[in-house]
Design a protein around this ligand. Structure first.
Ligand code: NAD
Ligand code: UDP
Length: 331
């Protein structure tokens, strides 16, 4: 689900390259059918595509009837923290509603393996980095709360029926693009997240980068995050699927690099790639930002044999390649 989106399209590529037959279910709310061409030109195969809203029970059941589906990777969802604060019911209705529909359809179709896109936003700001999977959870916005509630629903499903094989992936900060530059992130409107904003300044679409706070207790005063290459993330879904082949119950994994990068460090990395300075503007702190977030990745490493391979330089270089050559033609 959500296979036309940023993370879903890279995951589709990884699945096809590993020999899986992929069916993408997406309502194209935040993506375009052109993504299929990108996937096709990378892999030589076009995934089956169902232009379907996950909240439409009958339509989702039809997809399960049409294809011999064995496992589901559920990346569909709305993801803007800002919008979720102004329109919480939209987020609860779409993210939770669609997951419930999906789970019911899976039960009807007898499919019990599900990998879900959760987020590091479920962790409490009172936890100390690095965050391991047992760190305190306390989402502070409706988007994060929708992820947290879905995690709870999945835990309850596993308690109710031991057939379920459920993997919850808590992504840290996904960035980058496929090294071919043929698929990547296409945010609509002005981006909220740092990397897409930075890239639009780099290409001259936006004038300067606002930096939200340089007075945090970090070495350069700006916030620190754990950026992870989207291609590494995509591999993480395959590792989770393989793990679930032999294990039932519910399992949680952080997907990050375990390394923190500050806002100013990321700006410097992008400047190296584009070989020119990025205009910046220091602003007040953004409400709700946690100073330092990075993952403890030991569990994914030991249970899934998964580790992020790509450096921050590679993340910036691949994201830039997508931005420079392809992103506009896909919007
Ligand atoms: P995205 O918006 O690029 O992709 C999500 C896809 O889901 C889109 O193609 C959209 O059209 C589709 N979709 C949304 N609602 C749907 C519905 N009701 N029915 C069918 N399709 C629907 O987002 P992304 O960055 O690829 O994120 C994928 C998942 O990972 C999301 O659940 C997001 O919350 C989660 N996540 C993303 C990040 C991030 O920074 N990108 C971080 C942590 C977690
Ligand atoms: N940030 C920034 N300028 C921007 C967007 C983000 O300074 O235009 C900062 C933000 O304050 C945070 C970091 O970059 O400290 C990462 O923000 P993002 O929204 O990408 O991820 P999240 O906060 O969800 O981890």
């Amino acid at each position: 689900t959500g296979g036309m989106g940023y993370i879903g399209s890279h995951t589709s590529v990884a699945l096809i390259e590993a020999g899986y037959q992929v069916v993408v279910l997406d309502n194209l709310d935040n993506s375009s059918e052109k993504v299929l061409t990108g996937i096709e030109s990378i892999t030589g195969q076009t995934p089956h595509f169902a232009h379907t809203d996950l909240r439409d029970v009958d339509a989702v059941l039809e997809v399960f009837n049409e294809y011999p589906i064995t496992s589901v990777i559920h990346t569909a969802g709305l993801k803007s923290v800002e919008e979720s604060v102004t329109n919480p019911s939209k987020y609860y209705e779409n993210n939770i509603g669609s997951t419930i529909t999906l789970v019911k359809a899976m039960q009807t179709a007898g499919v019990s393996t599900l990998v879900f896109s959760s987020s590091a936003t479920v962790y409490s700001s009172s936890s100390k980095p690095p965050f391991d999977e047992n760190a305190k959870t306390f989402p502070t916005n409706p988007y994060g709360m929708s992820k947290y509630i879905i995690e709870q629903i999945m835990a309850d499903l596993a308690l109710a029926d031991s057939k379920w094989r459920l993997g919850i992936l808590r992504y840290f900060n996904p960035v980058g693009a496929h090294p071919s530059g043929k698929i990547g992130e296409s945010p609509s409107g002005v981006p909220n997240n740092l990397m897409p904003y930075l890239m639009q300044v780099a290409i001259g679409k936006l004038e300067k980068l606002p930096i939200y706070g340089d007075d945090y207790e970090t070495p350069d005063g700006t916030c620190i995050r754990d950026y992870v290459h989207v291609v590494d993330l995509a591999r993480g879904h395959l590792a989770a699927l393989e793990f679930l082949e032999n294990k039932n119950g519910v399992h949680f994994w952080n997907l990050g690099t375990g390394k923190g990068t500050s806002v100013l460090e990321l700006v410097k990395e992008v400047e190296k790639v584009i070989e020119k300075p990025i205009p910046i503007e220091m602003k007040q702190r953004r409400k709700g930002d946690i100073p330092i977030v990075f993952a403890d990745v030991a569990k994914a490493s030991s249970q899934l044999s998964w580790q992020a391979k790509y450096s921050i330089e590679k993340m910036c270089a691949d994201h830039w390649k997508w931005q420079k050559h392809y992103s506009d033609s896909r919007q």
